[in-house]
Design a binder for this molecule. Structure first.
Ligand SMILES: Cc1cc2nc3c(=O)[nH]c(=O)nc-3n(C[C@H](O)[C@H](O)[C@H](O)COP(=O)(O)O)c2cc1C
Length: 177
């Protein structure tokens, strides 16, 4: 079951004009909060956005790589508190991945939007732009957003024959099975 989700998983950037049901949003929130974190410190926080006006503003976060989210019915902003954990980047990355996979398991498409280390424009970091829109405290670092909705595009999963098995060694670097 889980393997077939992995086989089909792709990043989806086009969405049907259809809201994500509250029950599914609840399941995505639950999935995010079930993410593993180093030493169980749970340094992440999530802002769930369904307001179309806010999503349109968030779509303008980056000059490239975020505009496609303007018609998404749902977005999660994934942030972490460096005061709570020195590995908040790993923890928030795992949470983003879990939301992406949980969305796929619910028949939803989604795609990661990188925020950490990205710029809104020449003078403003992408993070600051989002913090201002969502009234977020600056102590919270923003790793990513993930835009979610019913898929409006069909993409085949990556064929097994195209996976990069040459990147894998067994019992010693470079050793093949
Ligand atoms: C760390 C990370 C950052 C990403 N940032 C963006 C982004 O800012 N905008 C975007 O459209 N896609 C982004 N993606 C999605 C990738 O482009 C996508 O996963 C990749 O092209 C492979 O396609 P697939 O997920 O369909 O297999 C990101 C993915 C990851 C894992």
């Amino acid at each position: 079951m889980f393997h077939s989700i992995l086989e089909k998983r792709r990043s989806i950037r086009k969405f049907e004009n259809k809201a994500v049901e509250a029950e599914k949003i609840d399941l995505l929130v639950e999935a995010a909060l079930r993410s593993p974190s180093s030493r169980g410190f749970n340094p992440w926080e999530f802002v769930v956005v369904t307001d179309p006006g806010l999503i349109k503003q968030l779509a303008k976060t980056k000059a490239a790589g975020s505009s496609w989210m303007e018609n998404a019915p749902l977005a999660f902003v994934i942030c972490g508190d460096p005061e709570k954990s020195d590995v908040w980047i790993e923890d928030t990355s795992i949470a983003t991945t879990i939301i992406h996979l949980a969305a796929a398991s619910l028949g939803l498409g989604s795609c990661w939007i990188q925020i950490r280390e990205r710029a809104h424009n020449d003078t403003k970091p992408a993070e600051t732009y989002i913090q201002e829109i969502l009234n977020m405290p600056s102590r919270l670092k923003i790793l990513s957003m993930i835009a979610i909705g019913y898929p409006g595009e069909e993409k085949a999963g990556h064929p097994k024959s195209e996976l990069l098995f040459e990147k894998v060694s067994f019992n010693g670097y470079g050793q093949k099975q």
